[in-house]
Design a protein around this ligand. Sequence first.
Ligand code: NI
Ligand code: MN
Length: 227
Amino acid sequence: MNRLTWYGHATLGLETDAHKLVIDPFFDENPAASTTADQIEAEFILISHGHGDHIGDTFSIAKRTGALVISNHEIATWLQKQGLEKVHGQHLGGGFQHPFGYLKLTLALHGSQLPDGSDGGNPCGFLLTTNNGKKIYLAQDTGLFGDMRLIGEEGLEVAVIPIGDNYTMGPDDALRAVKMLQPKTVVPIHYNTFDLLKQDANAWATRVESETDSKVAVLKPGEQLNF
Ligand code: NI
Ligand code: MN
């Protein structure tokens, strides 16, 4: 069994095959976070892009836990220059068999500037094939793009997509994304963190479930989905 936790905003936990991952670990400055960075256990940290609400508490968690940080080449190199030794750089379209599964970096339409103004390369999403053969797509921050159809062709158990609007897809485009991704279950993220990202996830879920075959899991920060 695999277990996904939404901690609020775009911060996720994933337990798979006895491995613990945290994705875009934004806890201590995150007004929606259900816990604090010092409570997080992780062997692997995945970073989708350079923005502060995604780099978040990477340093403190990686230093305390010794987790390997996985991101694109530019962010991995930047983290190394800041003193993190255990990093693994990949890039869009490239996959690698990690102990927790086969992880591929996917396209994301967004920015990726790092907190000190450095270039964070291209932003990405993640497509993970777990060791028990389930596929989960973590879109993280992105606008709608037609190649989501290609990701959907992989046969997704779960898709995690933003609905907050302003910086990412809003509810209308997120509904179109579900139609292309066709996951068994979809989890909305990147909303209700701040007033700017206010959305009614339950209303969105009703629309998705009436117009697609996907089920929507509307989680509260700290809640989990088993798949
Ligand atoms: Ni961002
Ligand atoms: Mn963001």
